[in-house]
Ligand binder design. Structure first.
Ligand SMILES: [Zn+2]
Length: 162
C-alpha cells in the first residue's frame, strides 16, 4: 500500500450581499465569498489537498476560472470530479482534516452538515472528515472580514502489488 499526504490552501474575498457557501452549506450572513464558482473556500482547499497528494497539479489547472462550464457551479461537483480523477489514478481517500479561518458567522453549528455534504458527495465515512474553525482574533484581512481562508490536509492510499 502506498500512502501519500497532500496540503491545500484557499482564500476568497468577502463582499456585501454575496451568498456565503462553505462546505456546501449556505450560511446566512451579510457578506459572502466572491469567486467564479460558488467560491466555497473549504471545498477548494480540500480539492487542492487531494490533487496535491496525488501530484495532479491544482484546482485551477483542472477547473479553469475562465471556463463558463464552472461559473456559479456547486463546488461539491468540483470535489466529486477531483475524487474521480484520483480514482482514475488508483487513489482512494483515507481522511481529510480541514481548518477554516474567518471572523463571522459562527461555523461550529454547521460543521456536521458540512461533513455530511462532503461524505455523501465522495462516498466517505463522516468520521474520516474533520472540519475545524477559528477566528483570526480580529487581526488582518480575516479579522476585518475582508476575506476568508481555508487550509486542508489529506491522506490518500493506493493498493500496490508488492
Ligand atoms: Zn477558491
Amino acid at each position: 500500500m502506498k500512502i501519500k499526504v497532500g496540503f491545500g490552501f484557499d482564500v476568497h474575498q468577502l463582499k456585501d450581499g454575496h451568498p456565503f457557501v462553505v462546505g456546501g452549506v449556505n450560511l446566512v450572513h451579510h457578506k459572502g465569498a466572491y469567486g467564479h464558482s460558488d467560491a466555497d473556500v473549504l471545498l477548494h482547499a480540500i480539492c487542492d489537498a487531494l490533487l496535491g497528494a496525488a501530484n495532479l497539479r491544482d484546482i485551477g489547472f483542472h477547473f479553469k476560472n475562465t471556463d463558463p462550464q464552472w461559473k456559479g457551479i456547486s463546488s461539491l461537483i468540483l470535489l466529486k470530479e477531483t475524487v474521480k480523477l484520483l480514482a482514475e489514478n488508483g487513489f482512494q481517500v483515507g481522511n481529510i482534516d480541514a481548518m477554516l479561518c474567518l471572523e463571522a458567522p459562527k461555523i461550529n453549528p454547521h460543521i456536521p452538515k458540512m461533513q455530511e455534504n462532503i461524505a455523501s458527495t465522495i462516498g466517505m465515512d463522516v468520521a474520516d472528515i474533520s472540519i475545524k474553525a477559528t477566528t483570526n482574533e480580529t487581526m488582518g484581512f480575516i479579522g476585518r472580514e475582508e476575506g476568508v481562508v481555508a487550509y486542508a490536509v489529506c491522506l490518500i492510499e493506493k493498493q500496490t502489488s508488492s
